[in-house]
Design a protein around this ligand. Structure first.
Ligand code: SER
Length: 315
């Protein structure tokens, strides 16, 4: 069994992906690393406290645990990145380069690194955004993800590093909250709907964004990592789509279950970020190359989250 390191293990994606990887590889074979201390269900397995900018410490962890695969999830997201662009660039880029360099030096088996729909920008076609198209991101997060994609492809082409990547849409789960993103409203709305019965949305009602339920995101990640080497034709990052909706639409869907729920709108600086991103994604290349197929639409996702989150908040 390969030993796996998850960097950013207590984030929104990491906390669910680490558990899924522990089910596959065995708890002891998946080392959770985060700048935060472990809590909840992840406390059960091996843990290393890590500041991703500390390349030396990262090297030590890889050696000590004999790591063969790294999932590098730590990043500063779109909205938060705008408050300190230089630091967001440093954290997002330097940490990726540290990981890629280690993979080259130690000939690690595989690397996973997430990209994002944030690589697209105001001049990108908005509907069914193609895999290859204009990319002019205008957030520092998007700029760092686009540059990161180029680094990944470079390390694959020049050094044969087996790095795989997905351009995630907004990820919607209820088990761990996201932090600092533009698509975060679509998580927060469920919490507020259950806890307060109303939600103030920082985007306008008709703002469409590509989104994905967390279970689909975890499955996509595991499927691309388990796919044959030869089937991975894109070494920058794959478009992956699932669903696309606006705040108005998700509010209506929630109202079908919680009749009293109300939403009002107070757009802020995040509106401009959302407006620069696609409405929907063409992921046909992922479907062709490694059989990507999403499972959750708006109805099924809403039902699942309201039931699961309701239980969680009651407990
Ligand atoms: N969910 C991210 C954000 O909103 C996009 O990848 O920043």
């Amino acid at each position: 069994m390969s030993k796996v390191l998850v960097i950013g293990a207590f984030g929104q994606l990491g906390s669910e992906l680490t558990l899924a990887l522990r089910n596959i590889h065995g708890t002891d074979n998946v080392i959770a690393a985060d700048i935060r201390k472990p809590q909840g269900p992840l406390s059960d397995g091996p843990f290393e406290q890590l500041d991703v900018l500390n390349g030396k410490e990262l090297g030590r962890i890889v050696n000590v645990h004999n790591i063969q695969q790294i999932y590098h999830l730590a990043a500063i997201l779109s909205a938060k990145g705008e408050s300190n662009p230089k630091f967001a660039w440093q954290l997002n880029m330097d940490s990726l380069i540290n990981v890629l360099e280690l993979a080259r030096e130690k000939q690690l088996e595989k690397i996973y690194w997430p990209s994002s729909i944030a690589v697209f920008g105001p001049n990108t076609p908005k509907q069914n955004t193609p895999q290859n198209t204009v990319m002019d991101p205008n957030t520092i997060y998007g700029i760092s993800k686009l540059a990161g994609e180029r680094w990944c492809e470079y390390y694959f082409e020049k050094y044969g590093v087996d790095v795989r990547s997905l351009r995630y849409p907004g990820l919607i789960g209820y088990k761990a909250k996201p932090g600092g993103g533009t698509t975060d409203y679509a998580v927060d709305i469920f919490y507020k709907a259950i806890e307060k019965g109303n939600y103030e949305c920082f985007l306008r009602p008709n703002t469409y964004l590509p989104m994905m339920y967390m279970d689909d995101a975890i499955r996509a990640t595991i499927e691309i990592m388990e796919a044959d080497h030869a089937s991975i034709k894109v070494r920058s990052s794959y478009n992956v789509g699932a669903l696309s909706f606006s705040p108005e639409e998700i509010a209506l869907e929630i109202k079908k279950h919680l009749g009293d729920f109300s939403i009002h709108y107070a757009p802020d600086f995040r509106q401009e970020i959302a407006d620069s991103w696609p409405d929907s994604i063409d992921d046909s290349q992922a479907r062709t190359d490694w059989n990507w197929q999403p499972d959750y639409g708006l109805k099924k996702m809403t039902e699942t989250i309201l039931a699961g989150l309701g239980e969680l908040l009651n407990a």
